[in-house]
Design a protein around this ligand. Sequence first.
Ligand SMILES: Nc1ncnc2c1ncn2[C@@H]1O[C@H](COP(=O)(O)OP(=O)(O)OP(=O)(O)O)[C@@H](O)[C@H]1O
Ligand SMILES: [Mg+2]
Length: 260
Amino acid sequence: MSAKPAISYQKVSKSFGSLKAVDDVSFDVADGEFVAIVGGSGSGKTTLLRLANRLIEPDSGTITVEGEDVRNVDPVALRRRIGYVFQSGGLFPHLSVADNIGITPKLLGEAAATIAGRVDELLELVRLDRASHRGRLPEALSGGQRQRVGVARALAARPRIVLMDEPFGALDPLTRDALGDDYRSLHRKLGLTTVMITHDMTEAILLADRIAVMRGGRLLAQGTAAELSSSSSDYVLELLRTPRRQVERLNVLLPVGGAA
Ligand SMILES: Nc1ncnc2c1ncn2[C@@H]1O[C@H](COP(=O)(O)OP(=O)(O)OP(=O)(O)O)[C@@H](O)[C@H]1O
Ligand SMILES: [Mg+2]
């Protein structure tokens, strides 16, 4: 393990016209860390993520990935090193599950037999039955299955870093919980560095090592849930109020090991 951060933002800004989508953000993600980015709609979360793999270029500031200034790395090569899971799954609708997962290895010119083996390995990794899923089109999958395929595809080129844009947002709570737990195990098992955007503070607390809070393009606060709970920002405390209320209500409504 290197001491270099996996991703480092140094005084990064990005505007769209007069709107500062990302405003002077400095932030490091350590090697092997799981970071959640939370914040309201339009606060700059997706923009921040897309700057890391050069889907967007900053107006000012520096971004490094594994110690290298991303400006010196070919964007295509960079995107092979960084897996990306899109909000809606982002699968190609006309390609089978196997072809969706194998698309990056195919673009890299790997042999068909190697790709087929890799696809099977990845389906197992994300816990989808191979025989019944390989040949299906995305439209024939449930939302949760689609997100599993999205994760498998992001891992196909064996990236060390994975960026996820609200990967589990559109799922029912149980599926979301199961997928979150499964992904967290993968993160650990594969020694990944993960940055995940979520609207859900409870999910952020349960999955991530550290939470970054965005507001109006600024990085308002960052730290563990415990650290954030002593934040001086009313907005951060307000975000923590929901999980607290959930815990309190659950403690009342769902007594542990309730009466027989
Ligand atoms: N390509 C673009 N052109 C113009 N404005 C953009 C572009 N991309 C993002 N923006 C604007 O930048 C701001 C930040 O957008 P961003 O997508 O980063 O927000 P977000 O925090 O991901 O929001 P959400 O939670 O709704 O996904 C928004 O006001 C958005 O409208
Ligand atoms: Mg977004």
